[in-house]
Write a protein that binds this ligand. Structure first.
Ligand code: COA
Length: 145
C-alpha cells in the first residue's frame, strides 16, 4: 500500500536515506546527520502543504519498505525512489512506481539516474518513462502522467 507521509515516518526516511546504496546512487553522496535530516523533513512537510513536494511511503504487511518523493522544479517534479535493502530485487519498486503514477495525474516527472544504476534504469524504462537525455554519467528519464 502506497500512502502519504506522516510525521512518524521521519526516522524511517532517515535510515533509508543513509543506506549505503541509496547514498551511492545519489548525486550528493555524503552521510546525512540526524539534525540536518530533521530540519529537512519538517521543511518538506511545509512544502507538501504548499504542493511543492509529495512523499509517499510503501508498506507491505504493515512494514515500511520504501519511499517515493516528488519535488517540484519548474514545470517538472523530480522523482526519488528507494527500497530497504532486504526487499530489493523482488520487483517491488515497479509495483510502487506504477501505483504512484495512478495517484498523481497531469504532471511531468523527471528522473536523474546514474548510468551505473542498472536496476533503476530498468525500472523507469519499464514503467512508461522515456530516456530523454544522457550527459556524462547521468541519464534523464521523463513521463507525463
Ligand atoms: C533502484 C531500486 C528502487 C530498484 O528497486 P528493486 O525493486 O530492487 O528493483 P529490481 O531489483 O526488482 O530491478 C528492477 C528491474 O531491473 C532489473 N535489473 C536489476 N539489476 C539488474 C542488472 N544488474 N542487470 C540487468 N537488469 C537488472 C531487474 O531484473 C528488474 O527488471 P524487470 O522489472 O524487468 O524484472 C532499489 O534497488 C533501490 O532502492 N536502490 C537504492 C536507491 C536507488 O538507487 N534509487 C534510485 C535512484 S534514481
Amino acid at each position: 500500500m502506497l500512502r502519504e507521509v506522516k510525521v512518524d515516518d521521519m526516522e524511517f526516511l532517515y535510515q533509508l536515506a543513509n543506506d549505503f546504496d541509496v547514498r551511492k546512487n545519489s548525486l550528493n553522496q555524503t552521510k546525512i546527520e540526524f539534525q540536518k535530516h530533521k530540519q529537512w523533513f519538517f521543511n518538506k512537510l511545509i512544502e507538501i502543504k504548499e504542493l511543492k513536494s509529495k512523499i509517499f511511503i510503501y508498506e507491505l504487511d504493515k512494514k515500511k519498505i520504501g519511499q517515493i518523493r516528488l519535488d517540484k522544479k519548474g514545470i517538472f517534479f523530480i522523482i526519488d525512489i528507494s527500497i530497504i535493502k532486504n526487499y530489493r530485487g523482488k520487483g517491488l519498486s515497479k509495483i510502487m512506481l506504477l501505483d504512484l503514477l495512478k495517484k498523481v495525474k497531469n504532471i511531468s516527472i523527471l528522473a536523474y539516474i546514474k548510468n551505473s544504476n542498472i536496476a533503476s534504469q530498468c525500472l523507469f524504462s519499464s514503467t512508461g518513462f522515456k530516456k530523454v537525455k544522457a550527459c556524462r554519467d547521468i541519464s534523464f528519464y521523463k513521463v507525463r502522467t
